[in-house]
Design a binder for this molecule. Structure first.
Ligand code: NCD
Length: 311
């Protein structure tokens, strides 16, 4: 049990979150989901608290999800994107955070293109920092909503086989999911072309239990979850892929691969989707797909975190 004195202040990655704490977060998420099922989707837990969403990279679902989560807890929420702020006038990240602090922010939810930026903010901010995605480093709330969705659908995480396929090299979602899934006892297989995976020893050194494959048809045999990732064109150097068509043939969740899956295998994707590239429309909308549930569960997970950090 986490006692009050050891209560976490920030959520920057899952690398420092153990299985017990993940369990607690998932249990809190269940209560929050119950709140969201009511006609009045609001509780007073964070009344009078100020939550600032600070997004330096584009986002639709994550940002709206955090806004709805903060409002469902009755917090005051302001969203701020780097465009149109003093950041464009050259204000540094640290100055911005000091300003937010002087303005009375209790929680900063931040997304930033540089890996590690939330650690810098956390050092200069007296409240709580929640990482909503930093570079290719981490995206802990996405991983938590993935864990919640898997457990909700399959009843367990321990001992299941999860295949993460696609642009793993550039993916903060993959890194946080690997932390969360391995902590909860899942078996994780990474499947990607060599150019979108990088050095095996990096992965195996950090997470010794991982399996690595370059053959998706072999990897999906017996999988309980197949999680496709978006090709991160904005983080990609030219020349990593021969062609999109080639990529889809080897690593896409095509209708042919969908037909190979067991009927209880979950198909996941964090969104936004490059439709027809990493996943076909047939697979994304098939009964195996839980992509919409992932989005829905994101609000409850973020409520749980806001409540645990600032409630
Ligand atoms: C992810 C992100 O931004 O890291 N999207 C999300 O938060 N739902 C994944 C992505 O952009 O591919």
């Amino acid at each position: 049990m986490t006692t009050d004195s050891q209560r976490r202040r920030h959520m920057i990655d899952l690398d420092d979150v153990d299985a017990e704490e993940i369990e607690e977060i998932l249990t809190t998420t269940e209560s929050m989901k119950e709140v969201l099922s009511r006609e009045m989707k609001q509780v007073p837990a964070l009344r009078g608290r100020n939550v600032v969403n600070m997004f330096f990279e584009d986002s639709t679902r994550t940002r709206i999800s955090f806004e709805l989560a903060a409002r469902a807890l009755s917090a005051n929420v302001v969203s701020f994107s780097a465009r149109g702020s003093s950041v464009e006038k050259g204000e540094s990240l640290i100055d911005t955070v000091r300003t937010l602090q002087s303005l009375g922010a209790d929680v900063v939810v931040m997304r930033h293109g540089e890996s590690g930026a939330p650690y810098l903010v956390a050092r200069h901010f007296h409240g709580s920092v929640i990482n909503a995605g930093d570079g290719r480093h981490a995206h802990p709330t996405q991983a938590l909503l993935d864990l919640f969705t898997i457990r909700e659908r399959l009843g367990q995480i321990r001992d299941i086989k999860v295949v993460i396929v696609g642009d793993i090299l550039h993916s903060r979602v993959a890194r946080s999911d690997i932390w969360g899934l391995t902590r909860m006892g899942a078996n994780v297989t990474l499947c990607a072309p060599p150019t979108l995976l990088g050095q095996h020893k990096y992965w195996l050194h950090t997470w010794p239990g991982l399996s690595i494959s370059h053959d998706l048809d072999a990897a999906i045999k017996g999988a309980d979850v197949v999680m496709a990732l978006r090709l991160q064109k904005e983080r990609m150097q030219a020349g990593l892929l021969p062609s999109l068509r080639e990529y889809t043939r080897a690593y896409g969740i095509t209708p042919e691969r969908l037909a190979q899956l067991d009927e209880r295998t979950l198909i996941m994707h964090p969104g936004p989707i490059n439709e027809g590239v990493e996943i076909s429309p047939e697979a994304a909308t098939s009964p195996n797909s839980v992509i919409e549930a992932q989005v829905t569960n994101g609000v409850a997970v973020r409520m749980a975190l806001l409540y645990r950090l600032a409630g």
